[in-house]
Design a protein around this ligand. Structure first.
Ligand code: G3P
Ligand code: CA
Length: 314
């Protein structure tokens, strides 16, 4: 006969209690997690929903999809934390991640070797010492090899203390930004296949967002990677025709020049099922007005100044 001694019975009770605790924890944990995530999105300094803190229950898709649908206005560091460090350098990207920007924007072209590199102007004169180092009057990024670009100082123009900054490759930038934020990749030059192939190799297709003024490029990205979150950049007047054209690319948000946007445009774009981000907003009063109008994201050179204004949307 199999009997229970007192210690067996205590063990069984204790196991049952453990099981009860675990089972009840399993029932409660998802709700608790959701509650904690909601609270964290409301707390100042938690910078809303990072890619690691998406509302999985509300948005069961991917991190970048979840971030796009965040209930909080997103703060996007334009070319990194570019008011404090030279734009589009690893220093600017680290700065943006450190202050908790929801996304970190950058610009890329292909260099002469076909490798995507991060810089805003096609002509390297403004942000590097290429004229002196390469001995070229008008040095164009797509005409230089990566080896030539690596010789350039991309930081001294901003401040001598950044003299060691160079032009990063897109891959280097992604490796710096992605662990702590989400990269908003703006394509200035180069084909869609190269970017999508790089993101696929790095397993980042659903972890970043891609934007471009060239909407054909976006359509191509969408065909290659339908899961990628895409944004159509633009300026001037937003017409119904343009909104329809944007929808047809597969884009899910617009990034519009804030001076060209009127309040009614925002509701119109929302009705089309697209989010509205604006660039480049550095004045807090203007950011506040745009947030009150209902924009979903602010692209700014001064993310630390705009962050306190970024509230949960109505
Ligand atoms: O993010 C949008 C904004 O970056 C577009 O303008 O010239 O700064 O690349 P630009
Ligand atoms: Ca840009």
């Amino acid at each position: 006969m199999i009997g229970f001694s007192t210690s067996d019975s205590q063990k069984a009770n204790s196991q049952r209690q453990n099981c009860d605790t675990q089972c009840s924890a399993q029932r409660v944990a998802p709700k608790l997690l959701l509650a904690l995530l909601l609270i964290s999105s409301l707390l100042p300094g938690t910078h809303g929903l990072s890619k690691h803190h998406c509302l999985a229950a509300d948005h069961p898709k991917t991190p970048s999809h979840a971030l796009l649908k965040s209930p909080q206005v997103l703060v996007i560091a334009h070319r990194g934390n570019s008011s404090q460090a030279p734009e589009n350098t690893l220093a600017a990207f680290r700065g943006a991640v450190d202050i908790g920007a929801n996304l970190v924007e950058l610009d890329y072209y292909h260099c002469a070797d076909g490798i995507p590199v991060v810089v805003h102007d096609r002509n390297l004169k403004r942000t590097t010492n290429a004229v002196r180092v390469l001995g070229i009057k008008d040095p164009l990024v797509d005409k230089q090899t990566l080896a030539q670009l690596e010789r350039l100082d991309a930081g001294s123009w901003f401040d001598k203390k950044f003299a060691r900054e160079s032009i990063p490759t897109l891959e280097q930038a992604l490796r710096v930004i992605q662990p702590g934020s989400t990269t908003l990749i703006e394509r200035k030059g180069g084909d869609a296949e190269t970017c999508i192939t790089l993101l696929r190799r790095m397993n980042l297709l659903d972890q970043v967002m891609i934007q471009a003024f060239d909407w054909d490029y976006l359509s191509h990205c969408h065909r290659l990677a339908p899961q990628a979150v895409l944004g159509a950049l633009g300026n001037k007047q937003l017409s119904k025709q343009r909104i329809r054209a944007i929808q047809s690319t597969g884009a899910q948000f617009i990034g519009w020049k804030h001076e060209d946007l009127v309040k009614d445009d925002i509701a119109q774009v929302h009705r089309a099922g697209l989010k509205v981000w604006v660039y480049t907003v550095n004045q807090p009063a203007r950011a506040k007005q745009l947030i009150d109008w209902g924009v979903d994201g602010i692209i700014t050179d001064a993310p630390a100044i705009i962050q306190p204004l970024a509230k949960v949307k109505r």
